[in-house]
Design a protein around this ligand. Structure first.
Ligand code: HEM
Length: 396
């Protein structure tokens, strides 16, 4: 239980500025945390978070994987596989994972690099650029838009749809209603359009593949199912990856010696991306609903409770990562939980890593040093994806 003055509120703007001291106290003083006011339980230690992510029987994803969704318990439309449990989740995930194979992701490298160059070249010599507005707001949206085969002019609306679902007012939970959270996307138009104009893209592939469904019938996905799959991928892949870029600008400015090492030895860049993802994971937590009374740290978490799994705290657990708050590209970060763990492990992890690596290579090639203008930087008002709407940099 949280004792004394220990209080954690995932929507609190002040805590969110630097949640790591609170996370540390939670790990030490209240490894099972109860917030009565907001009515959730929370786990903050690495081992507990990983064990919970593996426990598919007693912790279900079917009520949502965002705290506000689990609490609101909306009537979930079928096919949102991030919010399904096995065996249905296994069937649906398999359909999508064949579109995210290492070979398919590697094949994007050239296009992603060309896109970064197009964003950054006009800014060389300008003396300033914004890690989020000039790069983070654009690259993940363009990459997923390209995978879906969505025309360039339509791609900004892909991002705004994904953004709308995840934006809360500062300090407040996300308003969750079925209409607001699951409705209103324009994915139907893309899917209908692609059905008439098939091409070499994920939407076409989803529309045409055949699979054995949970009743043993071989069939194709309906257009509505494809639309939901597209919504899941866009919802999970655009805002999260966008957030990586603000942290990239900020952290590398705070650690200029390590940035210098990356300029001298670009082969270290994948390590830097991994350490960025560990230190400031764009998705700081996921949630589950408890299906049966659960005894954790000597206390009973009743069936039906919402349980918050604090991934960002797990990534900073000193039991696993020595001197955890320090950014260190030479550390062993192999156990980070930024992309979750087990059955729901992020399908786009290698895509996010590819985007991060190429973007950082292209940034450092053009701008080997920079200072960030924190007074002008803007935080994004979201609790589920943590980071910046703007991170301006003054380039040397
Ligand atoms: C799942 C984080 C980028 C697609 C997840 C989960 C996390 C996560 C923590 C697990 C959710 C849970 O257990 O409930 C991130 C972060 C990203 C990122 C931090 C960027 C830095 C992407 C990208 C895509 C993507 C680029 C797609 C193009 C998905 C999908 C799932 C998922 C489809 C659901 C997998 C399943 O339920 O089986 N992601 N993600 N993500 N992610 Fe990502």
């Amino acid at each position: 239980m949280g004792a004394g003055d220990l209080y954690y509120d995932p929507y609190d703007v002040e805590i969110d500025r630097d949640p790591y001291p609170v996370y540390r106290r939670l790990r030490d003083e209240a490894p099972l945390y109860r917030n009565e006011r907001l009515d959730f339980w929370g786990l903050s230690r690495y081992d507990d978070v990983v064990a919970a992510l593996k426990d598919l029987r007693r912790l279900t994803s079917t009520k949502g994987d965002i705290l506000e969704v689990v609490q609101a318990a909306p009537d979930m439309p079928p096919g949102i596989f991030i919010n399904e449990d096995p065996p249905l989740h296994t069937i649906h995930r398999a359909l999508v994972s064949r579109m995210f194979t290492p070979r398919k992701i590697r094949a994007l490298e050239e296009k992603v690099r060309a896109f970064c160059a197009a964003c950054l070249d006009p800014l060389v010599g300008a003396g300033r650029f914004d890690f989020v507005l000039d790069l983070g707001a654009e690259l993940p949206m363009r990459t997923i838009g390209m995978l879906f085969g969505i025309p360039d002019t339509e791609q900004p609306s892909l991002r705004s749809t994904a953004q709308r679902a995840l934006r809360n007012e500062p300090g407040k939970p996300l308003p969750v209603t079925k209409e607001k959270y699951f409705g209103g996307g324009n994915y139907t138009e893309y899917v209908d359009w692609r059905a008439k104009n098939p091409s070499d893209d994920i939407i076409t592939e989803l529309l045409t593949l055949e699979f054995t469904d949970d009743s043993g019938k071989v069939r194709r996905l309906t257009r509505q199912e494809v639309q939901i799959f597209v919504g899941v991928i866009a919802g999970a892949g655009v805002e999260t990856t966008s957030r990586l870029f603000g942290w990239m600008g900020k952290l590398l400015a705070e650690y200029p010696d390590q940035r210098g090492e990356l300029v001298a030895e670009p082969a270290l860049i994948p390590r830097a991306v991994e350490e960025l993802l560990r230190v400031e994971p764009p998705g700081p937590h996921v949630a589950r609903c408890v299906t049966e009374d659960l005894v954790l740290h000597g206390q009973t978490v009743p069936a039906g409770s919402a349980l918050l799994l604090m991934l960002a705290s797990a990534n900073h657990d000193e039991r696993v990562f020595p001197d955890p708050d320090r950014f260190d590209i030479h550390r062993d970060f192999s156990q980070l939980v930024t992309f979750g763990h087990g059955a729901h492990f992020c399908l786009g992890a290698s895509l996010a890593r590819l985007e991060g690596r190429i973007a950082l290579e292209e940034v450092l090639r053009r701008f080997p040093t920079w200072e960030v203008d924190l007074a002008a930087a803007r935080r994004a008002p979201t609790s589920t994806v943590r980071g910046w709407d703007s991170m301006p940099a003054v380039t040397g």
